[in-house]
Structures are given as C-alpha cells and as structure tokens.
Design a protein around this ligand. Structure first.
Ligand code: NAP
Length: 213
C-alpha cells in the first residue's frame, strides 16, 4: 500500500514523488495510462517510487496528489476518491488547459471546484505556486534564512495540519489558511504566484491583495 499516490508524471509529479520518497514515504507515480510507459522515468527521476495504474494507486493510497493538468480533472472517477486526503497542486491555466467552463467561474478558486467534484474526499490546496524547476532545488530545512513559503489551504483543520507537516518535511515553510477559498490568494494572477518568497515576503504580498479584493 502506498502512503502517497501522485497522479501526473510530467514536470511536477516526479518532483513531488521524489520529495515523498526522500521523506520516507512509499510513493506511487501514475500518468494517464499504462505504468510501463513511465517505468523508465520513474526509475531515473524517482528511484524508489512505484509506477502504477492511476485507479489502483488511488484505491490503495492514503494521500493522493493531483499533479495533472486541470483539464484532465473532469475525466477522474470521483468514487475512487471517497475518504481520501487529496492534495490539489493544479492551476487553471488557459494557455495549456484551454477554456474550461467548469473552472471559469469568477470569484471561485479552482480547488473549491475540485473539492465539489470530489465530494467524498478532503481537499487541501498547496504546492501549486512555485514552478517545478524551483520546487526541487529551493527546498531548505526549517530555520534556514532563505526557506521559502508555501501556502496550504483547506476547510478541514486536521487535513490541513497533516499536509502542512508534509510540506514542512519537504523543505518549505507552510503558511496555513483555514479555508479552501483562501487558496484563491495563491492562484495564477496573485502576487505570490510564481514568485519565490520567504514567509514574511509572502504574507506582506498577500495583505494588499486581500485589501484590494
Ligand atoms: N509546471 C509547473 O511548474 C507547476 C508548478 C506547480 C503546479 N503545477 C500544476 O500542476 C499540474 C501539472 O502540471 P505539469 O506541468 O506537471 O503538467 P505536465 O508536465 O503537462 O504533465 C501532465 C501529466 O499528467 C498526466 N495525466 C493526465 N491525466 C491523468 C490522469 N487521469 N491520471 C494520472 N495522470 C494524468 C499526464 O500523463 P500522460 O502523459 O499519460 O497524459 C502527464 O504525466 C498543472 O495543473 C499545473 O498548473 C505546475
């Protein structure tokens, strides 16, 4: 049984899977189809992770990371996610996602819509606002002066605390928000999206954004 199933084996999935393996978890990695197609990249990029069919990986995992393009989300079977803790790292990015009417809703965050679609799961939004190229090499231990902030937002306090601990162990300073709606503050278009910020910089950048909202 995997602790963590990462769905998506593109830019970000393998990095998150590697952070999981390096912090002692049993991690599976899945793309949209046959795991044999990602066996080599798993072996090279994430030694120790297990390539698996997505549905089987989700069924067996405690935590599922959605690291796929948002346009692929609607093809998921919500029944598979019943009772799972889901970490949503996805962003609505029309240049790659195309126009997605489901997510094109003013005043709603993409993770809120994901959570509605996966009603039996507990969704936490994080790991979405730092680019994949930085996500790996900007990891720092707690207390490092250049440790970066990572927003963690969700409606379930226990799930948020669990994911915050995971983010902390991965090498980022979790900045916790007590609602999934608050995760809108670190979506594309926000001042912190794609920026590399210490916790103080992150919080300072969010305050004017919240006042303008
Ligand atoms: N790129 C970044 O810097 C970055 C940083 C933070 C967050 N994000 C977000 O993370 C998400 C993924 O971005 P990316 O750049 O890693 O995407 P990407 O490189 O395009 O990779 C997409 C991966 O998702 C897989 N996939 C598609 N449908 C799937 C399904 N049903 N089950 C399992 N895997 C599936 C694809 O597999 P196939 O090849 O088999 O289709 C592919 O391996 C996006 O929502 C993005 O906004 C990206």
């Amino acid at each position: 049984m995997s602790d963590i199933a990462v769905l998506g084996a593109g830019h970000t999935g393998p990095i998150i899977a590697r952070m999981g393996v390096e912090t002692g978890h049993h991690v599976s990695l899945s793309a949209s189809g046959d795991p044999q197609k990602i066996a080599l990249i798993t072996q090279v990029l994430v030694p120790g992770a297990e390539p698996r069919w997505g549905a089987e990986a989700v069924r067996d995992a405690k935590i599922v990371v959605l690291a796929m393009p948002l346009h692929a989300f609607q093809k998921l079977d919500p029944a598979l996610f019943e009772g799972k803790l889901v970490i949503d790292i996805m962003n609505y990015w029309p240049p790659t996602d195309g126009d997605q009417p489901l997510f094109d809703v003013a005043g709603r965050g993409s993770s809120e819509i994901v959570a509605e679609g996966l009603a039996g799961a507990t969704v936490v939004k994080t790991l979405n606002h730092i680019g994949y190229h930085d996500m790996d090499d900007r990891r720092r231990p707690a207390g490092a002066p250049d440790r970066l902030a990572m927003g963690v937002a969700g409606d379930d306090p226990a799930a948020v605390a669990r994911v915050a601990a995971l983010v902390d162990s991965f090498g980022y300073e979790p900045i916790v928000f007590d609602s999934l709606a608050a995760g809108r503050d670190f979506e594309p278009g926000s001042p912190v999206f794609g920026a590399l910020m210490t916790p103080a910089e992150f919080l300072a950048a969010l305050v004017p954004a919240q006042r303008a909202a």
